[in-house]
Design a protein around this ligand. Sequence first.
Ligand SMILES: [Zn+2]
Length: 160
Amino acid sequence: MLLDRRIAHIKKMEAHKRQKFGQEINLTVKTNPVGCTHCGYDKTYNTSTNPNCVYCGGKYWIYTETKYNEFVVVKFITELEQYAKEAGGLQIGDAILSARIEAMDYFKNIMQYKTRIEVDPYGTSATPITNPSLLTVLAVSPTTLRTEIRVHCKRVTSDK
Ligand SMILES: [Zn+2]
């Protein structure tokens, strides 16, 4: 019980940190795959028999897409930090997000389907996000006490 209280306290402090230093990001989560009715299914490659199908984009499976906003702390990797982060497969411009543990399934879904996360490159939480930086997810891992998650992201777009 003492540990439960300690964990509740840590979660509260982390939530406070996200509110103070974080920003809103846009997530698209894919669920309920339905087979495309305008093309055929390629069993071998789990894709469409028609790579140019305009209905499914040549992927055969069509998903329900749900948009979520999450409040996270975004840390972009800068030049000075690159050496230390390279082991994790991150480079300059990539990012590490700190998010609430309850959002883990969203980020795992985004990693699985290689969906892009929209982040305001200037670190503000103005909504809607205009001119977003786009990130894909490399890894999602909970902290030791499972109070928060760290999401390692690859930058898709560069600064303009
Ligand atoms: Zn199709």
